[in-house]
Ligand binder design. Structure first.
Ligand code: CIR
Length: 256
């Protein structure tokens, strides 16, 4: 089985990105591009083939491809991002995913961002957030229930997306910030708390049994390692200024 990681380059316009829970700070575009290249190399090192789509200068947030699609083994669902400025990002992702999966799409008036969707086995947690509405959750449920998935909504108010507050870090464990979401939704899993001093540390990328993790959060990294979870760290500090984490910068597709 091959793992494809779909990415898009950091556009020169990234300083015009959407921001919801952070103050705007200047983003050094070259540094962001270098960090993004390091991210792609880290994915390659764990066996992913990078499929880099063309740069989209007209879409300041286009590097955050995760928000454009949900990919399951059976189907890919093209989203309708909650921020109107981001709706132009989905076409190129759909054109690529069509080669790997049959496609379905979230339709108006529904909105759904990929960052709000956390799939663990046959359970799909979906953040009800400023970006993802009830119609989006409902349409997703209708599409995936035929394949045997359960959809569980999780309220998200304190941060941008569900995956800003919780991600999977092993077959059995999630890394979570319980100040931002209700941890009881994840009671079936072993819960690892982010360090109190690192509220933004919950977004880790779990691929092929490995965890890619931002270098900016050494205390949470220590907690993960104490719990037996080895991590590869990368510097994603410039992309973090655009409110993006590690999961946001790729769409992982298992291809047979
Ligand atoms: C936004 O606000 O849409 C972007 N500046 C950040 C998106 C990050 N995406 C993600 O967490 N999945």
């Amino acid at each position: 089985m091959t793992l494809i990681a779909i990415t898009k380059p950091v556009p020169p316009t990234i300083n015009e990105c959407e921001l919801s829970h952070m103050d705007r700070q200047p983003i050094d575009v070259m540094r962001a591009q270098e960090q993004h290249a390091e991210y792609e190399r880290a994915l390659e090192a764990i066996g992913c083939t990078i499929e880099r789509l063309p740069i989209e200068a007209a879409n300041p947030d286009s590097v955050f491809v995760e928000d454009s699609a949900i990919v399951l083994p059976e189907i890919a669902i093209i989203t309708r991002p909650g921020a109107p400025s981001r709706r132009g990002e989905t076409a190129s992702v759909a054109a690529t995913l069509r080669r790997y999966r049959s496609l379905s799409a979230i339709e108006e008036p529904a909105t759904l961002d990929g960052g709000d969707v956390l799939c663990i086995g046959k359970r799909i947690f979906v953040g009800r957030s400023a970006r993802t509405n009830d119609a989006g959750i409902g349409q997703l449920r209708t599409i995936v229930e035929t394949f045997g998935y359960d959809v569980e909504p999780v309220p998200v108010t304190a941060c941008l997306h569900l995956k800003s507050a919780v991600t999977q870090v092993s077959d059995a464990a999630v890394l979570l910030n319980r100040k931002w979401i209700d941890a009881s939704c994840f009671r079936r899993f072993e819960i690892i708390d982010v360090d109190d001093a690192e509220p933004q540390a919950a977004n880790a990328l779990f691929v092929r049994g490995r965890v890619m993790f931002p270098r900016a959060f050494p205390r949470t990294r220590e907690t993960l390692e104490r719990r037996g979870i080895a991590v590869d760290t990368i510097d994603a500090s410039e992309l973090a200024k655009a409110e993006g984490g590690l999961t946001c910068c790729s769409i992982i597709v298992e291809s047979v």
